[in-house]
Design a protein around this ligand. Structure first.
Ligand SMILES: Nc1nc2c(ncn2[C@@H]2O[C@H](COP(=O)(O)OP(=O)(O)OP(=O)(O)O)[C@@H](O)[C@H]2O)c(=O)[nH]1
Ligand SMILES: [Mg+2]
Length: 373
């Protein structure tokens, strides 16, 4: 018995060691499907302001029974049905909030009918949202945070159905000619946002080559052009590894100095960065003194949220193919202590070491948290 237990524990230890070596050896896969030539206009949505409206309750009915030998047989108006709720339900089938309509309205209850017929209750409107969705009211107060698949939050309650006139029959009033109206459904404006947008975010000045890099490492097709602010909304691409692990990388619109004061495309993009667990600073090596770009970017992030720039990060030194880039790379390596990966996103040079490091960051962080990012 003791011996078989010992054998079992040795086998288990070997299995764990094997899986660890396997994880360390995970290699990025080249996307082997043919990529489309078109740029994608569909971007990733991580924030939506929505108006939710519960269904109205059905009205109660005013009706009187008339039987063959009893003409005034009393009131028989039925109650109205209840209106439906609007319910947000966390689901792993959803990845972004792109499918969330700006106005979400549940159905109303059916009104009551004569002969005590109760109006039908409306179905609740279940709206699927990604796991990790945070729902806030208009003042920014958190109402709910949906952390696991299947969790739900009643965003707007439906109104109750009104009573029919049969309910109001009493000794004083044998023929009540009134009924209740159905209650109105709840109506409110909610701010719906995702806690985490991607595992890693590409951060850099306009034209640094973020979109080109995302196209090189994933099947995402953000637009690339030689003018600044080509990307106006974030795009997310998946980097795949040979052990079937996938890491989400977000191309975030370019930042400029003073972004925390709402300059350039404004502070809404800093909010996207807040939702990335790891940061990849993309620097343009064709510009002299590239470390100043890094310092400026870190300054902007810290001004927006203290300590934001200290998340797990690495520096991607892009455009090594251009003349003068090697000199700037040397100077950058002297100035900066963070891990630096020289790449040419356009020529697809130096991409593999970067992706292996990204996987290492992912593994380290996932182990710390125990549940993944
Ligand atoms: N030579 C060279 N050019 C590059 C490289 N990467 C990107 N570019 C060029 O740089 C320009 C800007 O590239 P984008 O990928 O659109 O830059 P971006 O950082 O996404 O810019 P915004 O969306 O405006 O913030 C394009 O003309 C690219 O062809 C590179 O590695 N080498
Ligand atoms: Mg871009």
């Amino acid at each position: 018995m003791k011996r078989s237990l010992l054998q079992l524990s040795t086998a288990l230890r070997q299995l764990v060691q094997l899986s660890q070596t396997r994880r360390l050896a995970a290699k990025p896969l080249n996307p082997n499907k043919v990529k489309g030539k078109e740029s994608q206009t569909k971007h990733f949505v991580d924030f939506r302001k929505v108006e939710v409206i519960g269904g109205d309750g059905g009205h109660g009915c005013v009706a009187f029974t008339s039987l063959p030998r009893k003409e005034w047989a009393g009131p028989d108006g039925g109650d109205g049905g209840n209106g439906g709720h609007v319910v947000f339900k966390a689901s792993t089938n959803r990845k972004s909030l792109a499918d969330l309509d700006p106005v979400i309205r549940a159905e109303g209850g059916v009104k009551g009918h004569a002969r005590h017929c109760h109006g039908k209750n409306a179905e609740h409107l279940m709206v699927e949202v990604p796991v990790g969705t945070v729902v806030k009211d208009e003042d920014g107060k958190i109402l709910s945070s949906l952390e696991a698949s299947g969790e739900y939050f009643v965003a707007a309650r439906g109104g109750a159905g009104g009573h029919g006139n049969n309910v109001f029959l009493s000794n004083e009033n044998r023929a009540p000619a009134y009924a209740e109206s159905g209650a109105q459904g709840q109506r409110r404006v909610l701010l719906v946002e995702l806690k985490t947008m991607a595992h890693a975010g590409l951060i850099g000045f306009p034209n640094a080559g973020k979109s080109t890099l995302l196209r090189a490492i994933s099947r995402a097709r953000p637009k690339v052009a030689s003018y600044p602010f080509t990307t106006l909304n974030p795009h997310v691409g998946m980097v795949m590894y040979d052990d079937f692990e996938q890491i989400a990388v977000a191309d975030i619109p370019g930042l400029i100095s003073g972004a925390h004061l709402n300059r350039g495309l404004g502070i809404s993009f800093l909010r996207h960065i807040q939702r990335c667990t790891c940061l990849l600073y993309v620097l343009d090596l064709s510009v002299d003194e590239p470390w100043t770009q890094l310092h400026d970017l870190q300054f902007e992030l810290d001004k927006y949220e203290e300590g934001l720039s200290r998340r797990p990060c690495a520096v991607v030194a892009n455009k090594v193919d251009l003349p003068g880039a090697n000199k700037n790379l040397q100077a950058l390596q002297d100035q900066v202590t963070l891990p630096i990966f020289p790449v040419s996103a356009r020529e697809r040079v130096g991409i593999k070491p970067l992706l292996i490091h990204l996987r290492e960051l992912y593994d380290t962080y996932a182990e710390k948290k125990g549940t993944g990012w």
